[in-house]
Design a protein around this ligand. Structure first.
Ligand code: ZN
Length: 830
C-alpha cells in the first residue's frame, strides 16, 4: 500500500501541468479539433480568391490567411474580404471563465494596423492584436466592453510569430504575450466590469463578420474552460517552443517528383539523357560513326526497311526507329492526277483529282497524299509497318502524320467513297435530325457530301477551296476528319500489337507542342507514344520562349518530345539543346536535317560537326546519371486548358525569367484527352489559374475541386501578383545575379537528396554567332537557406571545361554560389 500515494501524486501532477483544452487546433494534417469537444473546423471564404489554406509556420502547417486582400477594416461598409476557419460547438456558448492561447504572425506584405480579428465569437467575445498586447472585447454587441491589455513593450507582429494567452476569470482579465526570443510575460491585467458573455454562436478564426480579416498566419489555437494561471500558461508556451522548428517548409529535394508527370499514354518515354540521332535514309556515309562520335543512344526517324542496316545499328548499341509517312503507298499510285483507276487509296478532291501540297511539288512524280479512311491506303500502310516490324525496328515514326486532320484544312479533302460514306455515318451519329435540317440536310440516309456541295452552288474544287471556311458543314467535316485520324492511329496500334504480340513498338509522330493549339499536334498526342518536335523554321521564333515552353508543356503532357532543330545559327541551336536537356527532354543531334522547302525546291540538308556541338553531347553523356535521376522541382503550378487559346508560353517564360520554379498542369478534353490528375497537382502549394478551373471538363473539375477542398494548395487568378505571393509563401527559391536572358532550371534527386541547377544563357551575340556570350562570374543565390539543407559542397560542371569545386557563401537570407564563367550551359550540383 505504501506505493499508492506517490503514484497518485504523479497522476495529479501530470493533470495539473497539462489541463485539457476544449478546443485545440494545430492545422497539421486535418481540420480536426484535438480538444475534448472534438469536431472539425471548416474554411469559409468571404471574397473570391481570398480562401484560407494551410501554410507553414514554426509548428508545421498552420492556418494561412494571407490570400486576404487587406488586413482588417475600418467601417461597417467595408467590402467583404478574406476568409475564416469556423468551429461550432454549443459547449463554448455558456463559458464565462475561459482561457485563449494561440500563436500568430501578421503578413509583412500587408503591414496595416486596421482592426483585424484573431478570434471572434459573435455576441460573446473577440480578440484583436494590439502593438503592445491584445484588445479583448467581452459581452453582447450593444454595450460590449473592450479591455485594452497592453504592456510597456511594443512589438511588430509582422516581424515574428507571437504567442498570445488571455485568461478570463469571473473577476479579472489578463493577457500574456511572448515570442521565440522573448519569454511569455504579463502584458496587462484588468478587473472585469461587465457581467456575462454567454451567447450562442460559432467561433471564427481570423475574421470578423467577413470584413475584418487578419492577414497572416495563425496556429496552435487552444480554448480552455476556466482561467489558467501564469504557471500553466508558461508550461504551454515552453512546450510550444520546444517543438518549434526554424523552418517547416518542405526541403527542396522533396519537391522533385517524377510522378507529377504521368505519361499520357502510359507507355514509352525516352530517358532524360537520351541522345537521339537521325540519318534520314539508311546507309548514308559515315552515319553510324558520326552517331557514335556524339554518343548517340537512339537512331530515330530513318527511312528504309533494309534489315541489315537495322541490325548493324542495333549491334552498335543504338535503339532503331523505322519510318512511315502520310504518303505511304505512293509508289503504287498512278502518275496522272485523276484518282479514277488509282488503287493506292489517295486523297480525292471535289473534282476527283489527287492532292499534292504546294511544298511537295518538287518531291517528284506520284507525290500524292494518302487517305487514312481509305481501305487501300490502310492496307498498304499496315503492310509496310509489318515489314518494318519484321526487320526488327524498335519503334516506328510517322511523318506527315496528321493526314486527313491536316489536309481537310489545307485542301478540304477528302471526297473518296470511304470519306463520303464515313461522313454520312458521322453526321447521323453526332447530330439530331433537327440539327441536320438546319445544316441543309433533309435526308441523311441519301446524303452524299460531293452531291450536296454541287447542288448547293459549289460546282468544283476551286470554288470549294475558296469557300471552305464559310460552308455550313465545314466544322463538322473537320471534326469528322480529326476523328478519322485518331481512329486510324488506334487501329494502327492494334494492328502493330497484333503483328508484334511480345514486343511493344512505340509510335512517334512529328509535331511541336509550341504554340499549344487544340487543332494541331495536341489532337493526337493520346493516340501515339512520343513526338519529334520540329523547331520553327524562322530564327526569330527559335528563342527561349519556344524551347522553355516546349520542354515544360511536354513534361506537363507526360510525353517525350525530341526537339528536331532547323539550325539558323550554331549559338542558337546550342542554347536550344541546353534548354531542352535542362528541362528533362532530349534534343536531336543536329546532323542530316531538313532545312525547309518551298515551290522552288528543297534546301540543302544540314550536317553539324563535333566542333559545333560535340562538347554539349560529351557533357550530356558524362552526366547521364544525373540527368536521369533528377526531376523538375516546382511548388507553383500553372493551370492550362489546352482546348482554349491563351498566352501560355509567354506566361511561363516570364516566370522562368524570374527564376521561379514552376510546372504547367495541363488538361484537354475536346479531342485528345489529357487529364488533370491528383498526381499532376502533387506537392504544389500555389496553382495559378491561367485557365480558370471552370473551363475544364467535369472530370477535371472534380480533381481541381478536390485539391481546393484540401486547403493545401492556394489558388490564384491569372492576373495575380505572383512575385508578391512568392515572397510571402517562400516560393522564390532562386535568384540569378547576372544579365537578363539567363535561366536557372532547378532539378533534384529526391532519393539521393542532391540538387542540379542548370544555368542556360540565351544572350547569343551576333546573328550568326557560333557561341553565346561568355559571362564571368555569375552568382546564384539560393533563397530560404533552411530549405536547401547543408549545401556543404557545390560542383560546377560546364561543357568542355574541367569541373570546379565551389565554396558556398552562407548568409542569413541566402546561400550564394559564384560560378567562374558561363557560356551556353552549366550545371551546378549541390
Ligand atoms: Zn478519303
Amino acid at each position: 500500500m505504501k506505493y499508492v500515494v506517490p503514484q497518485l501524486l504523479i497522476v495529479w501532477q501530470v493533470w495539473a501541468a497539462a489541463p485539457q483544452p476544449l478546443v485545440s487546433l494545430d492545422f497539421e494534417t486535418t481540420p480536426t479539433n484535438a480538444g475534448s469537444l472534438g469536431g472539425t473546423v471548416r474554411f469559409e471564404t468571404y471574397a473570391p480568391g481570398e480562401e484560407p489554406f494551410y501554410g507553414f509556420g514554426p509548428f508545421g502547417r498552420c492556418l494561412d490567411l494571407t490570400a486576404a486582400l487587406r488586413h482588417g477594416g475600418t467601417t461597417p461598409q467595408d467590402a467583404s474580404a478574406g476568409g475564416a476557419a469556423r468551429f461550432k460547438d454549443s459547449a463554448l456558448d455558456g463559458l464565462d471563465a475561459f482561457t485563449l492561447v494561440l500563436w500568430a504572425r501578421q503578413n509583412p506584405a500587408t503591414p496595416g494596423t486596421a482592426p483585424a480579428r484573431l478570434l471572434h465569437k459573435p455576441g460573446a467575445w473577440d480578440l484583436m492584436p494590439h502593438p503592445a498586447g491584445v484588445i479583448l472585447i467581452l459581452g453582447p454587441d450593444p454595450g460590449k466592453t473592450a479591455y485594452t491589455l497592453a504592456g510597456g513593450v511594443r512589438f511588430k507582429l509582422t516581424e515574428a510569430w507571437r504567442c498570445f494567452a488571455v485568461a478570463v476569470s469571473p473577476h479579472t482579465v489578463a493577457a500574456y504575450t511572448g515570442s521565440r526570443t522573448a519569454p511569455l510575460a504579463l502584458a496587462a491585467e484588468a478587473a472585469r466590469t461587465e457581467k456575462s458573455v454567454a451567447n450562442p454562436g460559432d467561433l471564427f478564426l481570423g475574421n470578423f463578420g467577413g470584413i475584418r480579416p487578419f492577414n497572416g498566419w495563425i496556429d496552435r489555437v487552444r480554448i480552455f474552460r476556466g482561467a489558467l494561471d501564469e504557471k500553466a500558461l508558461r508550461a504551454l508556451f515552453d512546450a510550444d517552443l520546444a517543438s518549434a522548428k526554424y523552418d517547416s517548409l518542405p526541403a527542396v529535394t522533396e519537391l522533385a517528383s517524377r510522378d507529377a508527370q504521368p505519361a499520357t499514354s502510359g507507355r514509352f518515354r525516352l530517358p532524360a539523357s537520351a541522345i537521339p540521332f537521325s540519318t534520314r535514309w539508311q546507309r548514308r556515309t559515315h552515319a553510324l560513326e558520326t552517331a557514335q562520335s556524339f554518343h548517340a543512344t537512339h537512331l530515330l526517324w530513318v527511312y528504309g526497311s533494309e534489315t541489315g542496316f537495322v541490325r548493324q545499328a542495333q549491334r552498335a548499341g543504338l535503339f532503331y526507329q523505322g519510318t512511315l509517312n502520310g504518303l505511304q503507298g505512293q509508289s503504287q499510285a498512278t502518275t496522272n492526277r485523276t484518282n479514277a483507276g488509282d488503287a493506292s487509296g489517295r486523297h480525292e478532291d471535289l473534282d476527283g483529282n489527287k492532292i499534292t501540297p504546294h511544298w511537295m511539288v518538287t518531291f517528284g512524280p506520284r507525290t500524292f497524299t494518302g487517305c487514312c479512311n481509305h481501305p487501300a491506303f490502310r492496307k498498304l500502310f499496315f503492310e509496310d509497318a509489318k515489314r518494318l516490324a519484321e526487320a526488327g525496328v524498335d519503334a516506328i515514326h510517322v511523318d506527315d502524320w496528321e493526314m486527313n486532320a491536316s489536309w481537310v484544312r489545307h485542301a478540304g479533302v477528302c471526297f473518296c467513297n470511304a470519306c463520303r460514306s464515313g461522313f454520312r455515318a458521322w453526321l447521323a451519329a453526332h447530330h439530331t435530325s433537327e440539327a441536320l435540317q438546319s445544316l441543309g440536310i433533309a435526308d441523311i440516309a441519301g446524303f452524299d457530301y460531293r452531291d450536296h456541295l454541287k447542288a448547293n452552288g459549289v460546282p468544283d474544287a476551286a470554288a470549294y477551296r475558296k469557300r471552305l471556311r464559310d460552308l455550313p458543314l465545314t466544322p463538322a467535316f473537320i471534326d469528322f476528319q480529326v476523328a478519322s485520324m485518331r481512329a486510324f492511329y488506334r487501329d494502327f496500334r492494334a494492328n502493330l500489337d497484333l503483328g508484334s504480340p511480345r514486343r511493344y513498338i512505340p509510335v512517334s509522330v512529328n509535331g511541336l507542342l509550341t504554340p499549344l493549339r487544340s487543332d494541331r499536334v495536341l489532337h493526337g498526342i493520346d493516340v501515339i507514344d512520343f513526338l519529334h518536335g520540329e523547331s520553327s523554321q524562322n530564327a526569330d521564333y527559335q528563342t527561349a520562349l519556344e524551347y522553355v515552353f516546349g520542354g515544360k508543356i511536354a513534361e506537363a503532357a507526360g510525353i517525350t518530345q525530341v526537339i528536331s532543330p532547323i539550325p539558323r545559327s550554331t549559338a542558337r541551336t546550342r542554347a536550344a539543346i541546353a534548354t531542352t536537356y535542362a528541362l528533362g527532354q532530349p534534343h536531336l543531334v543536329p546532323w542530316d536535317l531538313y532545312m525547309g522547302s518551298d515551290a522552288t525546291g528543297i534546301q540543302p540538308r544540314y550536317f553539324g560537326t563535333r566542333d559545333q556541338y560535340g562538347d554539349l553531347y560529351d557533357f550530356i553523356h558524362a552526366h547521364r546519371a544525373v540527368l536521369n535521376a533528377t526531376a523538375a522541382v516546382a511548388e507553383i503550378g500553372v493551370l492550362v486548358n489546352a482546348d482554349e487559346p491563351g498566352a501560355y508560353a509567354e506566361y511561363g517564360l516570364a516566370l522562368a525569367a524570374r527564376q521561379l520554379p514552376f510546372r504547367f498542369v495541363l488538361g484537354a478534353s475536346r479531342t485528345a484527352r489529357v487529364p488533370v490528375t491528383a498526381a499532376s497537382l502533387h506537392g504544389l502549394r500555389l496553382l495559378v489559374e491561367l485557365s480558370p478551373s471552370d473551363t475544364f471538363c467535369a472530370e477535371d473539375r472534380v480533381v481541381l475541386d478536390a485539391a481546393r477542398a484540401t486547403g493545401r494548395v492556394r489558388f490564384a487568378g491569372g492576373s495575380a501578383d505572383i512575385d508578391a505571393i512568392s515572397r510571402v509563401m517562400a516560393l522564390d527559391l532562386l535568384r540569378v545575379e547576372g544579365p537578363d536572358n539567363l535561366y536557372a532550371f532547378l532539378r533534384a534527386d529526391a532519393v539521393r537528396g542532391t540538387h542540379a541547377i542548370h544555368l542556360v544563357n540565351w544572350n547569343l551575340g551576333a546573328e550568326n554567332s557560333e557561341r553565346a556570350e561568355t559571362y564571368r562570374p555569375v552568382t546564384i543565390a539560393l533563397r530560404h537557406p533552411d530549405r536547401w539543407g547543408a549545401v556543404s559542397r557545390a560542383v560546377w560542371h560546364a561543357p568542355g571545361k574541367p569541373s570546379a569545386e565551389l565554396v558556398p557563401e552562407r548568409h542569413v537570407d541566402c546561400i550564394r554560389i559564384t560560378v567562374p564563367q558561363l557560356t551556353t550551359w552549366g550545371m551546378l550540383i549541390l
